[in-house]
Design a protein around this ligand. Structure first.
Ligand SMILES: [Zn+2]
Length: 136
């Protein structure tokens, strides 16, 4: 595969933003995911090998922490509404929490893969801008 010269991100936040939005953190020119939580094996444009990541359980941890912090005030407001029954409050909270968790999983995984790539963690042996791991 012949790789194009990538438009490398200048900061870790730029790389994580690309991953958060499901774009290749290295070149921003192709999709990072081939399925919901399955990254592509290799970027079709810049040839970065994304099988080197090891995001593991960290994306669900991030999603749970963010959802919990957002849902706490929502639960307090819902709980203070005396017009709503307990069952309705629990139902609304469950739907909101599950929706938020599921919608944060892929962005969190993309951002964490980008962070690992930027920091040269796991299989990404060296930092971008130098000799990169996983690029042929
Ligand atoms: Zn790429």
């Amino acid at each position: 595969m012949r790789a194009v010269a990538p438009d490398l991100p200048h900061t870790v936040f730029a790389a994580m933003r690309r991953g958060f939005f499901g774009r290749c953190p290295r070149c921003d020119g192709a999709r990072l995911f081939s399925a919901f939580l399955k990254p592509v094996d290799r970027c079709p444009l810049c040839a970065q090998d994304w099988t080197l990541h090891a995001a593991d359980d960290f994306p669900p941890y991030v999603s749970i922490i963010v959802t919990g912090h957002v849902m706490a005030p929502v639960m307090i407001v819902l709980g203070s509404m005396t017009a709503l029954s307990t069952g309705l409050v629990v139902g609304i909270a469950l739907v909101l929490a599950i929706t938020m968790l599921m919608s944060l999983l892929q962005p969190a995984k993309g951002a964490i893969i980008a962070l690992q790539w930027w920091l040269g963690m796991q299989g990404f042996a060296v930092r971008p801008g130098k000799v990169e791991a996983g690029v042929e």
